[in-house]
Ligand binder design. Structure first.
Ligand code: F6R
Length: 605
């Protein structure tokens, strides 16, 4: 996945493109680049490494112009070298292009263009685009027509922005990769995602596949591939620009962990009535799920762990539900009927594996629903329905607040489904569950300010490996605890169902492998036995449990989870584990917000 940004307006585009790139760096940080139309031609600045390094280079040079494009890269085709960094240009430097996605027919295009005498200087699929654009420029009456011809030749998924020498314009197009237009008076932006320009405007137009946008310093137009006018709705994003900054925190991840009382409150606002224990989802009035007889959840990584949590809640509400890793969903012939509801759980709404699973389900006649954080995302637009988790922008590559909001949104959905579907078994105690949910943001707040996670993390620095165990709803929490830990500390961490430990993994347990045991009311006495089996082999056990829980006395260390309804206990335990990962990674001086080799959402399969 990569991030692209373009700007057309009065005054210098370069600082705006650079700050947009900083805001998009969560999409990739292998290399960065900017191209600007300066009046005499096109200046291109690009290099491997982070945006800050590019900015330093540009400060030393002279770059200015009112039309510019920028790119931050997560490498797919070719290693993260200066040559492979975007923007890419044609041989004469008359066209510069930034691209997110994959041009699937790039080899055929490269051969065709090489036969015409084009010379290539990078390993990327993208480089064919400026050459093709330049080729059509020579044969078209205007640049816009040449751009359309270029786009028509491309196969695969792409979001593209291009500039041309002699034209005060940015040309943009998309197919399967996100591209959103930002309108700030008579200044225009084009970007992979809203945070790129949110500090300048919250007025946006989500472009559709096959749209072509042309941005000029005082006008913007959207057409189809034949040049016919296209009307797209203008929307207002209700994200606060403050939400995209680090504020007083040293890392986005720490901020995003700490804002969870607020993000969770936003997730549930107006959706529960604790008095009568009812859930109301504006998008799904009573009866909205009649006809559904089975639920399949598809997701990746952290979102898959939220989906597993959701699966448990759906099952305990009497609903036939299964969670699948989206990348595996297509490998087995999972039976689907028109009574199957397939829920894509995806923070970004752009994860290729999850979109692939959703498309497969659609082809087979299932009803689809996106549970996502991003309005206007591909998942939200392609699914029959969307339910937004309302967590606010998440910039740190490691997902934190969105896990909590996804899990809670799925819990609300489970309640709505239980009422609508045949054999649904709405819980009798839902009033207590709802009341506890209303109080959850406060409980989270208290827990965050009293957490011992930093000390626990410090104590176990230098361990050989870190294990996480849990049962029932705490099993996905154990998996998520381990994923977060390995992702940002680069230490070996594994999550297991507590009962599975003795079926093999116990052979890995030594006095130097602490075991974090998550207790949330699902047969905790059995988890306690499993934890003591690890202790017997010399390992320290860290109980993640409420004060006074029997596990606390038995354990070697303790992370306290406030007393809440057992349905939510695992979610609070997960936040303690997020903090342990964060503090351990911080003490190891890791690149917490941009862990090596990763990007926030992965738009390739
Ligand atoms: C881990 C993480 C990833 C994502 C996964 C799915 O911290 O962030 O595992 O959860 O790539 O991304 P989304 O939710 O955008 O589909």
């Amino acid at each position: 996945m990569c991030g692209i940004i373009a700007r057309a307006g009065r005054g210098d585009a370069v600082p705006l493109v650079l700050s947009g790139l900083e805001n998009l760096e969560y999409r990739g940080y292998d290399s960065a680049g900017v191209a600007v139309r300066n009046g005499d031609g096109i200046d291109v600045y690009k290099r491997s490494g982070e945006v800050s390094e590019l900015s330093a280079q540009i400060r030393d040079g002279v770059a200015s112009g009112n039309v510019g494009i920028g790119h931050t890269r997560w490498s797919t085709h070719g290693p993260p070298t200066d040559a492979n960094a975007h923007p890419h240009t044609d041989g004469d430097g008359e066209v510069a292009v930034v691209h997110n996605g994959i041009i699937e027919n790039h080899e055929a295009l490269r051969e065709r263009l090489a036969d015409l005498g084009c010379e290539f200087t990078s390993d990327t699929d993208t480089e064919v685009v400026p050459h093709l654009f330049e080729h059509y420029l020579e044969r078209s009456e205007d640049a816009e027509a040449a751009f359309r011809r270029t786009v028509r030749d491309l196969e695969g998924s792409y979001a593209i922005a291009a500039i041309v020498d002699g034209e005060e314009a940015v040309y943009g197009a998309r197919q399967g990769s996100p591209l959103v237009l930002g309108v700030a008076g008579s200044e225009y932006f084009l970007a992979s995602d809203v945070p790129a320009f949110l500090e300048h405007t919250d007025t946006v137009v989500y472009l559709e596949d096959d749209d072509v946008a042309v941005l000029r310093p005082d006008s913007v137009g959207v057409t189809d591939l034949d040049g016919g006018d296209v009307a797209r709705d203008t929307e207002h994003v209700d994200w606060d620009p403050e939400e995209t900054g680090k504020g007083k925190y040293s890392h986005y991840m720490l901020k995003e962990i700490n804002v969870q009382p607020t993000s969770l409150a936003n997730t549930i606002e107006g959706r529960i009535d604790a008095e009568d224990g009812e859930v109301s989802l504006e998008e799904f009035p009573p009866g909205a799920f009649e006809g559904v007889s089975e639920v399949q959840l598809v997701a990746c990584g952290t979102s898959y762990h939220a989906a597993l949590y959701g699966q448990q809640l759906l099952q305990s509400a009497g609903i036939n539900a299964s969670a699948y890793r989206a990348s595996e969903y297509g490998t087995a012939d999972v039976p689907v009927t028109e009574r199957t509801l397939v829920i894509g759980v995806t923070q970004s709404g752009e994860t290729a594996d999850t979109l692939g699973a959703i498309r497969r389900a659609t082809d087979r006649g299932a009803r689809t629903l996106a549970v996502t954080n991003v309005v206007g995302s591909t998942a939200a637009r392609e699914c029959d329905d969307a339910l937004f988790i309302r967590a606010g922008p998440e910039i740190g590559v490691a997902a934190t607040k969105t896990f909590t909001s996804q899990a809670v949104t799925l819990a609300l959905l489970a309640r709505r489904l239980a009422v609508d579907v045949p054999h649904g078994d709405p819980r009798d105690d839902f009033e207590a569950v709802a009341k506890s949910l209303e109080r959850l943001p406060d409980a989270l707040d208290r827990m965050l300010s009293a957490s011992d996670a930093r000390e626990v993390g410090r104590h176990y620095l230098g361990s050989d490996a870190f294990f996480f165990i849990g049962r029932g709803r705490c099993y996905p929490v154990a998996l998520e605890g381990a994923l977060k830990f390995k992702e940002i500390t680069y230490e070996h961490a594994e999550g297991f169902a507590s009962g599975e430990l003795k079926h093999g993994p116990l052979s890995l347990v030594t006095p130097n492998t602490p075991v974090f045991a998550v207790f949330g009311g699902d047969q905790d006495e059995k988890t306690l036995k499993n934890a003591s089996e690890a202790q017997t082999r010399g390992a320290d056990v860290v109980a993640v449990a409420s004060q006074g829980h029997p596990a606390v006395d038995a354990a070697d260390a303790h992370l306290t989870v406030p007393d809440v309804h057992p349905v939510w206990a695992g979610l609070l335990a997960n936040v303690q584990l997020q903090l342990v990962s964060y503090h351990t990674a911080n003490q190891l001086d890791r690149a917490i917000d941009k862990p090596r080799n990763l990007a926030k959402s992965v738009t390739v399969e």
